[in-house]
Design a protein around this ligand. Structure first.
Ligand SMILES: C[S@@+](CC[C@H](N)C(=O)[O-])C[C@H]1O[C@@H](n2cnc3c(N)ncnc32)[C@H](O)[C@@H]1O
Length: 482
């Protein structure tokens, strides 16, 4: 297409935009770039594309105006229903089970546009967390376009943003401003932190901008604007920003497996998600993705590399949990805990270290407690949680089983065992543990707090387990039919 933007100037704008924003205009989109630049030219005060280009190449603010002029902010609440279903039924339950101990989850909507995506996630979390107020949830939302971010912070949306949203969901989480304008409720608005971040910059992952140790990154419908080299570089950085076992979701059109080597590929109904292996190193400073081919299992959650059993073999569980001292009955655990000297303090310090992501220190402190008090059930539970986060699933299972042996009311340990069995494809075993847990919970009044999960009531936890079992049944139907 012939345009007033000369071929030479088109190439110069194209190269500048590619280098500074990753956005790539192939030759056949010369007309689109001309159109975008024509829209912004009058407001910039420059008389021609030539002078606009000259200014943009030396002045960050002008460049920013040009970048904003070419970004596409198309988005709406709960965009791509199958991805939100995967989040609700598979990914969030996985994360919730693994983080039940520390009750802390970190999410990042990278390229959030006007905020519909991170707010959708915040709304979904209200529905799937057993007791949302007891969790520390961080939702970071970033974009290159500051105008979009301003609108996201304001949180006011028209009917078009709700085109795929159930009106009942809208009415629950938004208040009407006027006519067909709705504002997100302030508790949800305050849960999301909006900040500018250019995905092309080598500025992440970094503790300073909150982009490290992410449990889930949504980076949807932005990679399509980038060229292949930029996509690879961005995906490498996102991989490093994830915690082991963390998930990455990209747009449907972006799911090209060669970009995601090193991730496990997990299929959900109608969509695909990528998962950083549980046994990946916690801190990975290298830029390269691991070379090992990603595991691929149709219709199931991934099996961690740390568990070596073949797909259909029973998990190589440790033998019946060996009590650290077979001479001591479980009741001794209680008195040992109470009679302890500084073990509770050390255990608290271990939990605090785990909360801060310092798993090595946390594990060392747990070992110290267990050396002093082998029957300290809480220390075994915490050990299991740390080992699980590190991807040592078999050792984690052994620790959880020891904790349960010492204190059968530690329902959190049962939940964690079921979660590992569930995620590693041992559906029948997982169902058995869930059912046992449901029986134990049935003995409690519905509003009673659950031992070891005090912020959840028996009824809430029962509902959570039932959702887990439904998700399990959706993947592998229950042979027992119950
Ligand atoms: C089509 S929207 C996607 C919004 C949302 N993720 C969704 O899927 O509904 C693409 C967003 O990517 C942003 N974007 C483009 N290049 C970017 C970059 N280099 N860094 C960060 N964000 C970028 C744009 O500003 C725009 O808001």
């Amino acid at each position: 297409m012939k345009t007033p933007l000369s071929d030479d100037l088109f190439r110069r704008f194209r190269d500048l935009l590619l280098a500074r924003s990753g956005i790539y205009f192939p030759d056949h989109r010369q007309g689109d770039l001309y159109h975008n630049l024509s829209m912004i030219l009058p407001a910039t005060g420059y008389a021609s594309f030539e002078t606009l280009y000259a200014a943009a190449s030396v002045d960050e603010r002008v460049l920013h105006t040009v970048i904003e002029g070419v970004t596409v902010g198309e988005t709406y609440f709960f965009r791509n229903a199958s991805q939100f279903a995967a989040l609700r039924d598979g990914i969030l339950p996985d994360l919730i089970a693994r983080r039940a101990a520390i009750r802390s989850l970190r999410f990042w909507s990278a390229a959030c546009a006007t905020g519909e995506e991170p707010y959708s996630l915040a709304i979904l979390l209200r529905d799937v967390l057993p007791d949302p107020s007891s969790w520390q949830i961080t939702i970071l939302a970033t974009d290159i376009n500051t105008t979009f971010l301003e609108r996201a912070r304001a949180g006011v949306y028209g009917a078009w943003s709700f085109r795929e949203t159930d009106p009942a969901v809208r009415d629950r989480h938004f208040e009407r401003v006027e006519g067909e304008r709705w504002r997100i409720r302030s508790d949800l608005r305050h849960q999301v932190l909006f900040t500018r971040l250019n995905l092309v910059d080598d500025a992440y992952p970094a503790v300073t901008n909150g982009t490290t140790m992410q449990d889930l990154i949504l980076c949807r419908n932005v990679l399509i604007y980038f060229d292949d080299d930029t996509i690879r570089a961005v995906v490498r950085r996102l991989y490093r920003a994830l915690t082991p076992g963390g998930w990455l979701i990209v747009g449907h059109a972006e799911a090209r497996s060669d970009f995601f080597a090193g991730f496990e590929v997990v299929n959900f109904p109608g969509t695909v998600a990528y998962r950083k292996p549980l046994n990946a190193p916690l801190f990975d400073e290298t830029d390269a993705l691991p070379q090992a081919p990603a595991q691929r299992r149709e219709g199931s959650t991934p099996r961690s590399g740390a568990v070596s059993a073949p797909a259909d073999a029973p998990l190589l569980l440790p033998p019946a949990p060996a009590a650290p001292s077979s001479a001591c009955p479980p009741e001794a655990a209680v008195s040992a805990t109470i009679a302890g000297d500084d073990a509770p303090d050390t255990c608290t310090a271990a939990r605090r270290a785990a909360d801060h992501g310092d798993l090595e220190t946390a594990l060392r402190l747990c070992t110290t407690v267990i050396e002093q008090q082998p029957l300290h059930a809480e220390a075994h539970l915490l050990t299991g949680q740390i080992l699980e986060q590190q991807g040592h699933l078999e050792e984690a299972l052994a620790a959880y089983r020891r904790a349960l042996y010492l204190d059968h009311t530690l329902h959190l340990a049962s939940l964690a065992i079921a979660g590992i069995l569930h995620r590693t494809g041992h559906s029948a075993d997982a169902r058995r543990v869930y059912r046992r847990l449901l029986r134990a919970l049935a003995a409690l009044p519905p509003h009673a707090p659950v031992p070891s999960l005090e912020d959840a009531t028996a009824a809430e936890l029962q509902a959570f387990i039932q959702r887990q079992m439904a998700a399990l049944n959706a993947l592998t139907p229950d042979a027992d039919g119950c």
